[in-house]
Each structure stands twice: as structure tokens, then as C-alpha cells.
Write a protein that binds this ligand. Structure first.
Ligand SMILES: Cc1cc2nc3c(=O)[nH]c(=O)nc-3n(C[C@H](O)[C@H](O)[C@H](O)COP(=O)(O)O)c2cc1C
Length: 261
């Protein structure tokens, strides 16, 4: 095994590079924002995005109070502006985003503050705050998404947009540097979904979900659906204790009006 066991203190770094978003919010006329690397897409239906924010961040309060926020993707050409967004707090440097040279516009749907110079932005309505330890996870429902023309036919062209990524920071003693990067000389490969010998497995998966969906539709209770799902799993030589998970997944999607993910 080529893997070396490391201390958990480097966990965060091992998981980088990540494309950080600038999370923006506004309350009582005050617009603020912060870089956040700890974010993710968290549901298709409803479409949600989540981000972990420490309570110390001024942005935390702005979002908690206004219940509206935005994600902004910034191009690598703004790399020199990152210290305004990720190193200093709005609490101490009012209007830090404008001070960094950016312009704020209002989103069309929620009026969320959006950085006009961003390559993409999403307006979010706060649905839940979940404690995760020293950070809380803000889950927001996406209400509108915007992108520059480099994004077309459902995919980034990466001709004019150069994603900005974050690799981590050096530690004291000595000056602290944050390392940002953008991949140059992008190499693209089109890889067919579940190609070749994998097709069979992908089909089995789709068929199983279809069967379970049918079972759920026809069952009078979750318990009944789980029992029926167990027998299908047994027939297919699969583990029957997967049944509650699969039924739960189907039930959630049916609730959202989705038959097949
Ligand atoms: C690249 C980068 C990623 C960051 N990711 C997060 C994050 O995911 N969550 C968080 O709470 N802070 C994160 N931070 C720290 C905040 O951006 C930073 O503390 C900021 O100054 C907070 O500003 P505010 O007090 O105006 O909200 C990150 C900083 C950088 C530079």
C-alpha cells in the first residue's frame, strides 16, 4: 500500500484543492461575504447547496438574520483580491467586498447581494442551520442561478472562465501564504457513462430502483414496501437489509414528484 497514515490535523489539506465560493449576504443595509471552501451541492429536488460557516464569521450573522444568501464563483484573475474576502472580516473592514473593487448587484429573485464580476452566482433561501461541530452547516434552497456566456449547452467551455482553486496555507512561524491555483492546459476526455462491461451493472441498478418504485407506489405502508423490497433483494442475491434505505430513497423522490433520479 502506497498510503501513509497521517495526523488528522492535515485532513482538511488532504481534501484540497477545492474551488471556494464567495458567500454573500445582506442585512440592515450591510453587505458582507466570505470565501468558503467547505461547501457542497446537497439535493436535486429541491435544489440545495450547503456551506459550513463558523459562528465567528460576520457573514454567519448576516445569513442567520436575513435568511437569504448567495454563492459567487470568482475567476482566477481576481486572485489578488482574495485576502479581502477570506482573510479579513466585514466586522472590522466595512464594505470589504466593494473595497476589494467589486460591485454588488441585487439578485432578480430574492434580492440577494451578488458580485457583478463573478463568473456564476446562485441565490439561496436559507432552509436550515445544522450544527456540525465548530462550524454550522447552512442549507439553502437555490432560487436562481446565473452564469457568464462561457457556460453554454449545460457545461463550462473553460475558454474565458478560469476556475480559482484553493490548496491551503502555510503555517506560522514565518509569513503565512495561502496557495491558490488554476489548472492550465486543461486536458479533456469524454468518458461514456458506465461504458463497456459496466453497462450491465448500471442497468441492474436502474431496474432495481424501478422495481422498488413500483413496490412503494403499490404498498399501503412503508413497512409493507420494505418487506416486499427485501424479497426482491433476496431474489437478486443482494443484501436484504438494504431494503429500508432503497425504500427511503424512493419515498423521498416520489414526494418530490421524481420517479427516477
Ligand atoms: C480559501 C478560503 C476558504 C475558506 N473557507 C471557509 C469555510 O468554508 N467556512 C468558514 O467558516 N470560513 C472559511 N474561510 C474563512 C473566512 O473566509 C474568513 O474568516 C473571512 O474573513 C470571514 O469574513 P467575515 O467575518 O466578513 O464573514 C475560508 C477562507 C479562505 C481564504
Amino acid at each position: 500500500m502506497g498510503l501513509r497514515r497521517l495526523g488528522l490535523n492535515v485532513l482538511e489539506r488532504v481534501l484540497y484543492p477545492v474551488t471556494p465560493v464567495l458567500v454573500t449576504a445582506k442585512h440592515d443595509g450591510r453587505v458582507g461575504g466570505m470565501l468558503a471552501a467547505w461547501w457542497m451541492q446537497s439535493s436535486f429536488h429541491p435544489p440545495t447547496l450547503s456551506v459550513a460557516i463558523a459562528p465567528e464569521r460576520y457573514t454567519y450573522k448576516l445569513i442567520e438574520r436575513s435568511r437569504v444568501f448567495a454563492f459567487n464563483l470568482l475567476d482566477f484573475k481576481f486572485v489578488n483580491k482574495m485576502p479581502y474576502l477570506g482573510d479579513v472580516s466585514e466586522r472590522f473592514l466595512p464594505d470589504k467586498i466593494e473595497n476589494a473593487g467589486f460591485n454588488i448587484v441585487e439578485g432578480e429573485v430574492l434580492g440577494a447581494p451578488i458580485v457583478a464580476e463573478s463568473s456564476a452566482a446562485v441565490e439561496l433561501k436559507l432552509s436550515k442551520i445544522v450544527n456540525a461541530g465548530d462550524h454550522d452547516i447552512f442549507i439553502g434552497e437555490a432560487m436562481a442561478v446565473y452564469a457568464i456566456d462561457d457556460f453554454r449547452n449545460g457545461m463550462w467551455g473553460l475558454e474565458t472562465y478560469r476556475p480559482l482553486m484553493y490548496l491551503g496555507r502555510t503555517r506560522r512561524p514565518g509569513p503565512v501564504y495561502r496557495v491558490y491555483l488554476t489548472p492550465t492546459g486543461w486536458k479533456r476526455e469524454k468518458i461514456e457513462f458506465a461504458r463497456g462491461e459496466l453497462r450491465e451493472y448500471a442497468e441492474k441498478r436502474v431496474n432495481l430502483i424501478e422495481k422498488i418504485t413500483e413496490i412503494v407506489r403499490k404498498s399501503a405502508s412503508i413497512g409493507e414496501a420494505v418487506e416486499k423490497a427485501k424479497s426482491i433483494l433476496r431474489e437478486q442475491g443482494l443484501e436484504e437489509d438494504d431494503a429500508p434505505y432503497l425504500v427511503d430513497d424512493v419515498v423521498r423522490r416520489l414526494k418530490q414528484g421524481q420517479c427516477q433520479g
